[in-house]
Design a binder for this molecule. Structure first.
Ligand code: NDP
Length: 455
């Protein structure tokens, strides 16, 4: 597949792009290097002003940017508007807090003066996915640019117009030429870019395979990486939970972004005592969702981003069914219309060895597991190669403490759905990746933490 906008709701190719030539990539890397030498000298106050301006542009144009996202990857328009607003929020957050996060940290030692100083590293490559085509980029770019780095974006090949627009936003906000550049290239160019001496570090959000590939190249060239990969997040419901709140949140947590979110709840682990009631309510709510044109304001569930995503998801579902799993609702693609539509689906009763135990279902499919008690719930939740987020529902304090301590995940949310928030670090463990975005931790990933000691 080339670099193109293909409307997932219709299958129509709307715009194609020629990838950059090697000479054009070379020029952009040279620009990035030159820009960094100047940009790193800009006062923080100036960077904050530009970042606040980027926030203003996002806020003012949320209709236009939202439409672009929906057209390229199919998320419901209302979600695309919310995504644009969240990007404005992360820009404002780092504009306001960068000075505090990057301030010298004094330490008391044998020196007359010793402290830690945070300094920028240089051009940082961001390899980003299509699922949150603005948010994933801004949550990298806001801290990276505030820290004085310059950004190079290799966006997913199916969201090129979003990629181009984001560079425009930073330029329009006043950031100097080269502070943030989009490279319209395919995945085959990433290794050479990472290897280039001018690129100091890289971050990738996407699949495990892409993460391994990037990290291998970066490792060979001794460059730091941050990886935010897939997950199969558990959503645990224990007997004391507020069932109605849990079910309503379960729907949002599974269906957000047409089910294509790394931190979507994917495995619903419910104790026997309430499992029937939970399942019945979840089926009702899934069946009530409005599926259709993502541009329509009432649509809850739009198409999957590409025909390939639809096929991958359906293959996993069919394998579960073939091995004896039960379908409570949905279970096959909607073929009565063009576009990549998959209905809200619930699978349950998994014999050992189905993909439900090991794979990420990247679409509107909920996997429902019944367990006897909290011990089984925690064991089931942790029995997966991933560890991104976990949501757990209980009103018993000792249960809550056990869930917080024992769940293997980068984040645990009690009585709420897992979500990213600029004020809190975000990232995973196990095969979900490493490093953190957002919060104070996020801005410290791509800086030289310089120790200063003065006699
Ligand atoms: P990919 O990981 O293939 O794509 C994400 C980004 O990585 C894109 O920019 C892509 O470029 C790039 N990329 C792909 N392969 C390589 C490589 N070998 N080296 C360097 N960069 C690479 O995700 P897909 O879109 O194919 O989705 C597949 C699966 O990934 C999903 O089913 C889901 O499990 C997971 N995923 C997770 C996301 C998350 O938020 N954690 C987001 C998206 C997907 P290009 O588009 O040009 O191929």
């Amino acid at each position: 597949m080339g670099i193109a906008t293909i409307n997932p709701a219709t299958g129509e190719t709307l715009k194609t792009f020629d990838p950059l030539t090697d000479a054009e990539i070379e020029t952009k890397l040279a620009v990035a290097k030159r820009a960094f030498e100047q940009y790193r000298q800009t006062p923080l106050r100036q960077r904050s002003a530009w970042m606040n301006e980027a926030a203003r542009i996002l806020q003012e144009n949320k209709e236009q940017f939202g439409k672009l996202m929906t057209q390229e990857m199919g998320k419901p328009l209302k979600a695309a508007h919310a995504e644009t607003e969240k990007c404005a929020l992360v820009c404002r957050y780092y504009a306001e807090h960068a000075a505090e996060f990057l301030a010298d940290v004094p330490a008391s030692t044998d020196a007359s003066q010793s402290f830690v100083r945070y300094q920028p590293m240089g051009p940082i490559l961001a390899v980003m996915p299509w699922n949150f085509p603005f948010w994933q980029v801004f949550r990298f770019a806001a801290p990276a640019l505030m820290a004085g780095n310059v950004g190079l974006l290799k966006h997913a090949s199916n969201v090129p117009q979003c990629a181009v627009k984001i560079e425009e936003i930073f330029r329009q906000a006043g950031f100097p030429e080269g502070a943030f550049q989009t490279l319209l290239v395919g995945a085959d160019k990433v290794a050479a870019i990472v290897a280039d001496d001018r690129v100091m570090a890289a971050t990738l959000t996407g699949s495990e395979g892409a993460g391994i590939s990037l990290a291998s190249t970066a490792g060979k060239h001794l460059k730091k990486t941050v990886l935010e990969l897939g997950g199969s997040d558990p959503f645990i419901v224990l007997e004391s939970a507020d069932l109605e709140a849990a079910v309503s949140t379960a729907v949002a947590a599974r269906m957000l972004n047409n089910g294509q979110s790394c931190i979507a709840a994917k495995r619903f682990i419910v104790v026997d005592a309430i499992a029937d009631s939970f399942a019945q309510r979840l089926v009702e709510k899934f069946q009530a969702l409005k599926i259709g044109d993502p541009m329509h304001p009432d649509t809850d569930l739009g198409p999957l981003a590409t025909p390939g995503m639809l096929k991958d998801l359906d293959d996993l579902v069919q394998e579960c069914i073939a091995r004896g799993s039960k379908v409570l609702t949905g279970g096959k693609p909607l073929t009565d219309r063009p576009g990549n539509y998959y209905p809200p689906t619930i699978l349950t009763d998994f014999p050992p060895g189905t993909p439900a135990e090991s794979e990420e279902f990247f679409g509107p499919v909920a996997l429902l597991f019944r367990v006897a008690n909290i011990d089984e719930a925690i064991a089931r939740a942790n029995n997966i190669p991933y560890g991104l987020g976990a949501s757990a529902w209980t009103n018993v304090e000792e249960e809550r403490d056990r869930l917080i301590n024992e769940l293997e995940a980068g984040a645990v949310f009690i009585n709420g759905m897992v979500k990213s928030d600029p004020r809190l670090p975000f990232g995973g463990i196990k095969r979900s990746g490493y490093g953190r975005e957002l919060g104070i931790q996020g801005i410290h990933e791509f800086v030289n933490i310089k120790t200063v000691w003065v006699k």
